[in-house]
Each structure stands twice: as structure tokens, then as C-alpha cells.
Write a protein of this length. Structure first.
Length: 268
């Protein structure tokens, strides 16, 4: 591959519940063992995935490259999953099927890896470090394992130089630079930067870009009975608070009681 050749970059992006929703609106369905989306709060793209897309677009800014976004889910909201096209991605592949709603990370990685295999040759696959809903951080490494390509995690900067992927990773006392041959998988952190804000013209042109939709059958997948683990329970943590009133004839006496109480409870 020559350095002037068009680079093919694939970005994996997930639609999730907005991680910024107030805790008071968050609900769990204990029977279905899943989170209940608040009606007034639309889903969003996982923030780490947005950073992965920004990394791809930064590469595209500096050299000839095409960016394909792949997104998997059951009830994908068009305004959410097509936003990457407005930001600068060239095409969108939606893996949409009722069966995908039950997928764990292993099956998700398998479906995405299968889709990437159908898309043809690629130089780089970018994923977020972890999803904002499960925080498992396993899909990117799973894709790399299934495709048999190198994987670098927690990148703060990503570049393509000839036939190599060059990545910077933060360390407690600085950073390190890693190189692996193309093709490879890289997972991105917030340090890459926030996804750029597209203008009105970009939103209008996004509707002209190609969108492909594949089902589980299109990918030749049979999800029934394929899960390797099961979620047994899911529940909202209970946070209890107590208030204790300290009596005293003076501020000094109250302060003394407070100090004694803090020592008793081993706060200090």
C-alpha cells in the first residue's frame, strides 16, 4: 500500500441512554433486567465513541481517507445514528435487528466483525474505550481478536503513517508512542477531543450520504442460544441518608460533640 493510497477507516459507534440524565429519571425493569429509557430524554451516541469518530476525522483532515460508521442496535433513532454523517463521516452501516437487543459484548463484537468483513479492506478500526452504559470496554478488543489484527487501547492521539498506525497513550509521568502495522483496532479516550459541531450545511448534505442496513440474517448470524452469559439481576442502588442533630448550650459545646461524633464514626 502506498502512502498516497486512500485510507479506509471504520468507526464503531453505539446509541446509549444519555449518561447525563438525572438519577431521579433513571429506572430499572427488574423483570426484563434492563434500563427503562426516560420518555423525555432521547438517547445519545456514547461519548467515547464520539471521540473515536473525532480521531478518524482528524486523520481525514490531514490525508485522503474515507470514514465508515458502523452502529448496532434494536431501536436506533435516526437523528442520533445519522449525526456522524453530518460531522463528516462518509457512509453509515446500521446493524439493526430485534435480536441485537439481547446481545452481550461477545456477540456484539462478532456481529460488527462480520459486518466489517463484508465491507472489504480497511486500514484502521476505531472504537470508544468503553460504552457509556455498560462500561465493559470489551467490544474493541473483541473485534480485534475475531479479525486477528493488533489492538491498542486508551489512545489519546491516533495517526496513519504509511502502512502503520501510530498511537499516543497517556502515562502517569508522560506518554508513550506505539506503532503497529495496518490493519489494526484502536480504542480512544476523551483526550482525543470532543466531536466537532457540524454546521447547517453539513446537516443538509448528510441526507445525501449512503446508509446501509443489515439484519442478523444478512450477517448470517443465529443469535438464539448463542449467549455465553446471562444477566441474573439488575437493580438501582439504594442510597440512604441520615441526619443527626447535636445539641449544646454553646457553639464550643456543639463543636466538641461534633468532633467526638466524627471520631466515633471514624470519619477522622
Amino acid at each position: 500500500m502506498s502512502e498516497a493510497a486512500l485510507k479506509n477507516i471504520i468507526v464503531c459507534m453505539k446509541q446509549v441512554l444519555d449518561p447525563e440524565i438525572p438519577l431521579s429519571l433513571f429506572r430499572i425493569d427488574p423483570e426484563a433486567r434492563t434500563a427503562i429509557p426516560p420518555k423525555a430524554t432521547p438517547p445519545v451516541l456514547s461519548p467515547f465513541d464520539e471521540s473515536a469518530l473525532e480521531a478518524a476525522l482528524q486523520i481525514k483532515d490531514s490525508q485522503d481517507a474515507t470514514v465508515t460508521v458502523v452502529s448496532l442496535g434494536k431501536k436506533l433513532v435516526k437523528a442520533v445514528v445519522t449525526a456522524p454523517l453530518a460531522a463528516g463521516a462518509d457512509q453509515l452501516v446500521l446493524l439493526q435487528d430485534p435480536a441485537f437487543d439481547e446481545f452481550n459484548t461477545q456477540l456484539t463484537a462478532s456481529a460488527i466483525a462480520t459486518a466489517i468483513g463484508r465491507l472489504g479492506p480497511y486500514d484502521l478500526i476505531l472504537c470508544g474505550l468503553q460504552a457509556a452504559d455498560t462500561n465493559s470496554g470489551q467490544v474493541g478488543t473483541g473485534i480485534a481478536g475475531l479479525l486477528g489484527v493488533p489492538c491498542i487501547t486508551a489512545a489519546r492521539k491516533v495517526g496513519l503513517e504509511g502502512d502503520k498506525v501510530v498511537v499516543e497513550r497517556s502515562l502517569p509521568d508522560g506518554h508513550e508512542v506505539l506503532e503497529v502495522p495496518c490493519p489494526a483496532v484502536v480504542t480512544a479516550t476523551y483526550e482525543v477531543g470532543s466531536l466537532r459541531e457540524p454546521g447547517l450545511e453539513a446537516f443538509m448534505s448528510a441526507g445525501q450520504k449512503p446508509i446501509t442496513t443489515w439484519s442478523a440474517a444478512d450477517l448470517g448470524m443465529e443469535p438464539e442460544g448463542a449467549n455465553r452469559f446471562e444477566i441474573l439481576t439488575m437493580e438501582t442502588p439504594v442510597h440512604e441518608g441520615r441526619c443527626e442533630i447535636l445539641e449544646g448550650a454553646s457553639a464550643e459545646e456543639k463543636a466538641s460533640q461534633l468532633l467526638a461524633r466524627l471520631r466515633e464514626t471514624k470519619v477522622i
